[in-house]
Design a protein around this ligand. Structure first.
Ligand SMILES: Nc1ncnc2c1ncn2[C@@H]1O[C@H](COP(=O)(O)OP(=O)(O)O)[C@@H](O)[C@H]1O
Ligand SMILES: [Mg+2]
Length: 259
């Protein structure tokens, strides 16, 4: 079993504190969902874990099986088994989807143990078919001209090819029609298992009809303020976030230790 532990994480952007002491522990074989209002720092959490240079960790820790993730370069984080599906995947002109995937897979393997072209193509073909993707998407430049839904599906293709230990999926469900949502969920569910843990960031309970999370966390104003089971997501969908604010005595914009 592997464990990703986030302790008392504080993160600032351009000197403004966004994460204000966030705690979260995720094990392999678990799927957790993070829900929370807009602007509460969910994407900031994802970017900080992956090491985006704009997000400055001012205190706290992130460890993967005891190893200090915050000390690692971005590529080292990926090699250690962390994966991020971004809310807005970037387009990379000049790099085909297939080339990108093959080098990402090889970067997690030992030198001399690179995946053979034949094996890579077989895997790619079967996974694209599983995700009901058009085969010509393999030779297109990464995300260039992809529709919103194609980008999200492609993130799941990357996930299934790269087989990380821990994946953070930031709004993987946004902009998906119901068929695409089902395909994306199918891919995530197929990854479930002893060697895989997943953090699903979402606004909507809808995705969680297809992927039953082991835990649901509510994030507000820079920290996790409540955790529970799948029923918590239903309650949020039905009632919004006000009841949590009342329950915890949170006032808008003044939440937290400093309040
Ligand atoms: N790159 C950035 N530059 C400046 N401010 C940012 C940046 N990214 C996020 N923020 C700010 O940080 C806060 C949290 O944003 P974000 O993490 O994207 O929230 P969420 O994903 O929960 O909607 C917001 O106030 C947002 O404007
Ligand atoms: Mg976001």
């Amino acid at each position: 079993m592997s464990t990703l532990v986030i302790q008392d994480l504080h993160v600032a952007i351009d000197g403004k504190e966004i994460l204000k002491g966030l705690n979260l522990t995720l094990n392999t074989n678990e799927i957790h969902a993070i829900m929370g209002p807009n602007g509460t720092g969910k994407s900031t959490l994802a970017s900080a874990i992956m090491g985006h240079p704009k997000y400055e960790v001012t205190s706290g820790s992130v460890t993967l099986d005891g190893e200090d993730v915050l000390e690692m370069e971005v590529d080292e984080r990926a090699q250690a088994g962390l994966f991020l599906a971004m809310q807005y995947p970037s387009e990379i002109t000049g790099v085909t989807n297939a080339d990108f995937l093959r080098s990402a897979m090889n970067s997690r393997r030992e030198e001399g143990d690179e995946i053979s072209i034949m094996k890579f193509i077989r895997e790619l073909d079967s996974k694209m078919e599983y995700l009901e993707m058009d085969q010509d998407m393999a030779q297109r430049y990464l995300n260039e001209g992809f529709s919103g839904g194609e980008k999200k599906r492609n993130e799941i293709l990357q996930l299934m090819m790269i087989q990380p230990k821990f994946a953070i999926l930031d709004e993987i469900d946004s902009g998906l029609d119901i068929d695409a949502l089902k395909v994306v969920s199918k891919g995530i569910n197929q990854m479930r298992g002893e060697g895989f843990g997943c953090l699903i960031i979402t606004h909507y309970q809808r995705l969680l009809n297809y992927i039953t999370p082991d835990k649901v966390h509510v994030m507000m104003q820079g920290r996790v303020v409540k955790s529970g089971g799948p029923e918590l997501a239903h309650k949020l969908e039905a009632e919004g976030y006000d009841w949590i604010k009342e329950e915890l005595g949170i006032e808008d914009e003044t939440v937290g230790q400093e309040a």
